[in-house]
Design a binder for this molecule. Structure first.
Ligand SMILES: Cc1cc2nc3c(=O)[nH]c(=O)nc-3n(C[C@H](O)[C@H](O)[C@H](O)COP(=O)(O)OP(=O)(O)OC[C@H]3O[C@@H](n4cnc5c(N)ncnc54)[C@H](O)[C@@H]3O)c2cc1C
Length: 288
């Protein structure tokens, strides 16, 4: 498998990068770590005429807290998510999700932004970020804009980014979440894509659930909030039985497909079990 020919640009500013993408009229692609893109190019699924690297652009490797919350630049790698003291101190569930991904080589190169923009239904980072109410920042021909991450995903491999837009980062707003977690079921212990992924963020008031967000990955064309499952928890004392009930509701809310990694029925049952487990983990252990 050989790579097709392509032109390569490494602009120094975001404006130049946007200009190159706009001028290409859809024939150029952004490249970050390349772990997803290169595979698709080698497989002949994509053949862009040019690649626009983000490696020289300022600010895309930043991780920091400010008035808006926690900012994570789009070029932050999966290993940098895992090892960041700031993320470990604020939302270790993000580091926990990254830790369940791929293998060390891929985590060393693959980026957060690439994982989000690839819009693969089984991608591991979208569920935990959506559970934490994350917003994405993008820059493009019309300037900067920010919107909820859940609105980025339109379908497998399809996003709401306009032509020429680049994802610059993600903002996780400050919140009173008691605990959050992401649990994934893959067919191997490491390096396997999710058959099912469940993220939960729960806010407790004493023994009672005040708020909850449950996000399901790999069981619909896009990651989505299991709103009915979350509603079963509100205002009720948290118990294993309650978490199991929420799991059953989540299983009825998802729309899994059958494929090489598992049947729809198997996935539905995994959603039931992993929803219960992720809720229990989020509530009992706090951030993981
Ligand atoms: C062996 C292997 C194992 C893997 N395991 C997992 C896994 O367990 N879980 C998982 O979720 N994924 C997995 N992946 C997929 C992939 O590695 C990750 O999604 C990774 O985070 C992609 O990041 P990247 O920087 O390499 O993206 P790239 O390949 O550089 O880009 C991916 C796509 O996003 C676009 N893009 C990238 N950055 C931006 C940006 N800032 N703005 C606009 N567009 C952008 C590119 O144009 C391209 O379309 C695996 C891949 C391999 C090869």
């Amino acid at each position: 498998m050989y790579l097709p020919d392509f032109a390569y640009y490494a602009p120094d500013t975001k404006e130049e990068a946007v200009e190159l993408l706009v001028r290409s009229r859809g024939t150029a692609r952004v490249i970050a770590g390349g772990t997803d893109l290169m595979v698709k190019m080698k497989q002949g699924l994509l053949s862009p005429e040019a690649l626009v690297s983000l490696k020289n652009l300022d600010g895309l490797k930043e991780i920091g807290t400010g008035s808006g919350g926690l900012f994570i630049g789009s070029r932050v790698t999966l290993n940098e998510l895992i090892n960041s003291p700031v993320i470990q101190a604020t939302y270790p569930s993000i580091a926990g999700a990254a830790h369940q991904m791929a293998n060390n080589q891929i985590r060393h190169t693959g980026t957060m932004g690439g994982n989000l923009v690839s819009a693969v239904p089984s991608a591991d980072l979208p569920p935990i970020f959506i559970a934490l109410n994350a917003r994405v920042r993008v820059t493009g021909p019309a300037g900067e804009r920010e919107f909820p991450l859940s609105d980025l995903f339109l379908g497998p491999g399809r996003t709401s980014l306009a032509p020429g837009e680049i994802l610059t980062g993600v903002v996780v707003p400050e919140q009173k979440t008691t605990g959050s977690t992401y649990l994934k079921f893959g067919l191997r212990r490491s390096g396997a894509l999710a058959v099912v992924g469940v993220a939960a963020a729960v806010t407790m008031e004493g023994p009672t659930v005040k708020d909850a967000r449950i996000v399901l990955g790999a069981v619909a064309p896009v990651p989505f909030l299991a709103g009915e499952a979350a509603k079963t928890l509100y205002g009720r004392e948290f118990t294993t039985e309650l978490a199991e009930e929420a799991g059953r509701v989540a299983a009825s809310e998802c729309r899994p497909i059958s494929d090489i990694r598992g049947s729809a029925e198997y996935r539905r049952d995994l959603v039931r079990v992993f929803t219960r487990r992720s809720l229990e983990k989020a509530v009992r252990e706090g951030h993981v």
